[in-house]
Design a protein around this ligand. Structure first.
Ligand SMILES: Nc1ncnc2c1ncn2[C@@H]1O[C@H](COP(=O)(O)OP(=O)(O)OP(=O)(O)O)[C@@H](O)[C@H]1O
Ligand SMILES: [Mg+2]
Length: 410
């Protein structure tokens, strides 16, 4: 993650450097072209789309040495396109990865030159601020991350970076989690089954000393089972496979059943759990994902709220979308921790929590589900006062149901 951020910073630096150099080049008076009689006017053209191309002959203009020296050595591909997406110039990395040559393809429509419909669509959608991860159209072994930025005088700058190694590491991590959770599932289930039988066994067959040990082992296998479940859930959420088609979820019913489970988790009514639901609107989503999202947030609210605290679960719909929020009056989260708590296995000092048996996967799962549903997660928290986790789903995911008399979303 840190490595990735550094790369992004380095990338921004490279683009800024490239842009600066391009800017510098564009202010350098060009030498008169010996074959061109109207050079004065084409020199004026240096300020517009054809900065690198002599418009009269159609030949590639050689960029000044300092520019080509500085941009050509970059490990990134840099390509400059005019406002109609015609090629102006690219460094040698760009020529290799996208399969063009400055001398042969100057002025050509870049969206036709590049042999990838994915890249074509990305450019036509005018990219920025999105980025695209794809393979080089010339070499499918090279994974690239593309950024397409507006550049001076209605031109565009296409930057591509080799992320093959990062992708390979991501795959190793994903495969490891998938394999480990799959392989551990059976042996742990067997251990769990026997320990459960033994802990339920009545009578004198087991000494009180062993009975205590078996109880502990049983509790720990339940925890391992939960970690394996969370790891499998993460694997499923990270897989590029499209999820099942969304179904209309009755949020009133879903929240009701989650709050009943939460009541059991809280134990002997030690928290008061309130629900406020706009039952006129369903959420279009995948049931198991949305159930997991709600139950992770609600179980956190219970775990991190001392006894007698209050938990409020709301489903609220406005014309802009639907918001699920879970508010608690618990221990809260320090400001500096907020940006980290959705990372995998990240837990704030576990000694501060009532229940120390968590793994730090719950909010990572929530975050994945939020992204898969084009939703937004907001966290507000005041230490020692409480927290509010809200997830806002876009309007396209909200549907009035047959109980609805409300015409908000028409
Ligand atoms: N409602 C909350 N109030 C205070 N702290 C919270 C709350 N929700 C999450 N946290 C903090 O964020 C950390 C990460 O939460 P997350 O749900 O990812 O992991 P966990 O609860 O520790 O373990 P699990 O994987 O079992 O959910 C928690 O360890 C806790 O310190
Ligand atoms: Mg949790």
């Amino acid at each position: 993650m840190i490595f990735d951020n550094l790369l992004i910073l380095a990338g921004a630096g490279i683009i800024a450097g490239g842009a600066y150099l391009l800017g510098r080049y564009r202010n350098i008076p060009a030498k008169p072209h010996p074959e061109s009689s109207n050079f004065e006017s084409s020199q004026g053209e240096l300020q517009d789309d054809h900065a690198f191309v002599n418009g009269e002959t159609g030949k590639t203009a050689a960029p000044p040495e300092d520019f080509s020296d500085n941009v050509s050595w970059l490990p990134d591909a840099i390509t400059i396109l005019d406002h109609d997406l015609n090629l102006i110039w690219g460094n040698s990395m760009a020529e290799t990865w996208f399969g063009f040559s400055n001398s042969g393809h100057a002025h050509s429509d870049f969206t036709e030159l590049v042999k990838s419909s994915e890249i074509r669509e990305f450019l036509l959608g005018k990219g920025y601020p999105e980025s695209l991860e794809c393979f080089s159209p010339e070499n499918p072994d090279i994974a690239l991350r593309l950024r397409f930025l507006p550049y001076k005088n209605r031109q565009y700058l296409l930057q591509a970076r080799d992320i093959t190694r990062i992708k390979a590491l991501e795959n190793i991590r994903r495969d490891f989690i998938a394999n480990a959770s799959h392989e551990l599932r059976t042996p742990v289930s067997i251990l769990y089954g026997y320990l459960e039988m033994m802990s339920e066994k009545k009578g004198s067959g087991i000494s009180s000393e062993w009975r205590q040990a078996i109880k502990h082992m049983h509790k720990q296998t339940i925890r391992i089972k939960q970690i394996i479940e969370d790891m499998s859930m993460l694997t499923r959420l990270e897989s590029p496979k499209t999820p099942n088609p969304p179904e209309a979820l009755d949020m009133g019913e879903l929240i009701e059943s989650t709050s009943n489970n939460a009541g059991a988790l809280s134990g002997k009514g030690s928290h008061s759990i309130l629900t406020k639901v706009n039952a006129n609107y369903d959420l279009l989503g995948n049931r198991s994902e949305i159930e997991s999202l709600v139950s992770n947030l609600v179980s956190n609210a219970i775990h991190y709220t001392p006894a007698k605290g209050r938990i409020t679960i709301k489903w609220d719909v406005k014309s802009s979308g639907g918001t699920l929020s879970i508010a608690d009056t618990g221990i809260g989260i320090e400001k500096q921790e907020l940006s980290r708590i959705t990372e995998r296995f990240y837990r704030i000092d576990s000694s501060r929590s009532r229940n120390t048996s968590g793994t730090g996967l719950g909010l990572a799962i929530v975050n994945h589900i939020v992204n898969r549903n084009n939703a937004r997660l907001r966290i507000k928290s005041i230490p020692q006062k409480g927290s509010v986790f809200s997830v806002t789903f876009p309007r396209s995911r909200i549907q009035p149901n047959n109980r609805s008399t409300d015409l908000l979303l028409g």
